[in-house]
Design a protein around this ligand. Structure first.
Ligand SMILES: *Cc1c(COP(=O)(O)O)cnc(C)c1O
Length: 405
């Protein structure tokens, strides 16, 4: 059974630290990592936490302590990972559409790099030639993931080098002796169907003979977790089994033993996170009951951005009768967390929890409407500790320069 924080624990934490509050459960992250390790125990596999999901340095340190590596989306994330104590060899930088200067900076820091455009790959080949092994992010033209906004590998996606340009990549190996060690794809988020990953493997295996220095197939992230009650995530045991079969088959056929990398984001931290809010006002409008809360799309944008579902429970009146509510934020935009959602009877002042708030929650938060971002708390060894204090008005002014009258 997965580890969860109980309503009682969440309520006590909310009362101690105030709301809105992000709460993360370290042991739950560990548990997810161990599930992956177990599923891939017979395969040469490594995991790089896609830290854009949640970059608090205490989370990064926990990820490092449990033995997982880290994947970064910007050179600043690389620097956060270094400050969390990761050695450069355990850091991967998979960017998209960045200035070449960020790549030279990453080379200076000595981390693994996946390059996602021909333009940057050419500059890289000119500058580093054979001296710095590199990975290439390809766009395999596969439709995958929960919805179009989080699908990144299809034929109209901005991500990666289109596979149809592969000859131009090969030219660089010939002309500049470029060492391409990794072929990378990341086709989307919330990929439930294991065969989508297998299809990606097959695309890359077909290309492998043309890459003599190839050591690693990097399949990116996108492993799905359940969001709705009763929903199922990706069957990671099946994924492990299928990947093992594919890689063994390839080794038998070609004599080459490649390793596989994954970059899970949501899978590691989504379910470990909770957003706790307090209800401010109830508004009855015809048959609809609006529940206003002390948060909004400035703190958790996923429902408005992607139409995402976050399960919501009333942790201060969970035995109340179930009733339908529109749960909305306090931002001057239409910001709904849920519509016609059955929740135990809600009163003003009640505490609600939004589940699956660990991934792309705080990380996408903003100060819109000059509101403070939530505080963050980490629960580890049954101890709740503040890992980011709430903003103050001084924080809102800190980077502004006041011009003279
Ligand atoms: C966002 C991202 C991931 C993680 O995706 P999840 O759906 O959170 O697992 C992995 N790799 C790359 C390159 C990404 O951009």
């Amino acid at each position: 059974m997965p580890q969860v924080l109980t309503h009682q624990q969440l309520l006590e934490t909310a009362k101690e630290f105030g709301t809105p509050l992000y709460v993360y459960h370290a042991e739950r992250i560990t548990e997810q990592y161990l599930r992956l390790k177990e599923a891939f125990r017979e395969t040469n596999a490594s995991f790089f936490y896609a830290c854009k999901a949640l970059t608090n340095v205490n989370i990064l340190r926990h990820i490092r302590q449990i033995g997982c590596n880290v994947d970064c989306s910007s050179v600043n994330e690389v620097k956060l990972a270094l400050s969390a104590g990761f050695e450069p060899a355990r850091i991967l930088y998979t960017s998209n559409n960045i200035a070449f200067s960020e790549i030279t900076e990453a080379v200076g820091l000595g981390v693994n790099i996946n390059i996602d455009s021909l333009s940057n790959l050419r500059k890289f080949a000119d500058q580093y030639g054979h001296s710095y092994p590199v990975g290439v992010r390809l766009r395999p033209n596969i439709m995958a993931g929960g919805n179009i906004k989080i699908s990144t590998g299809h034929g109209k996606s901005k991500f990666g080098i289109p596979v149809e340009d592969i000859d131009k990549v090969i030219d660089l190996i010939r002309e500049k002796d470029l060492q391409i060690r990794t072929l990378h794809i990341h086709t989307g988020s919330e990929i439930k169907d294991v065969e989508v990953f297998v299809k990606g493997i097959e695309v890359l295996f077909d290309l492998a003979p043309r890459f003599p220095a190839l050591k690693t197939i990097d399949l990116g992230g996108g492993i799905k977790v359940p969001y709705k009650p009763g929903e199922e995530g990706t069957d990671v045991a099946l994924l492990g089994k299928r990947v093992k079969e594919e890689f063994e088959g390839f080794a038998e056929k070609t004599g080459r033993r490649l390793q596989v990398w994954f970059e899970p984001g949501k899978f590691l931290v989504s379910e470990a996170g909770y957003l706790i809010v307090q209800t401010t006002v109830l508004k009855q409008s015809g048959a609809t009951c609006f529940v206003g809360v002390d948060s909004g799309l400035n703190h958790l944008i996923r429902p408005m951005f992607y139409g995402s579902y976050h399960h919501i429970e009333n942790i201060s009146n969970n035995s109340g009768a179930l009733r339908p509510y529109h749960i909305v934020g306090n931002i001057c935009e239409t910001d709904s967390f849920a519509e016609d959602r059955m929740v135990a009877e809600i009163r003003e002042g009640d505490y609600l929890v939004l589940y699956n708030a660990g991934a792309y929650g705080f990380e996408m938060a903003s100060n819109y409407n000059a509101r403070f971002k939530p505080a963050e708390v980490l629960v580890k060894d049954n101890k709740a500790q503040l890992i980011r204090r709430r903003d103050t008005l001084d924080d809102l002014l800190a980077t502004q320069l006041i011009l003279k009258d």
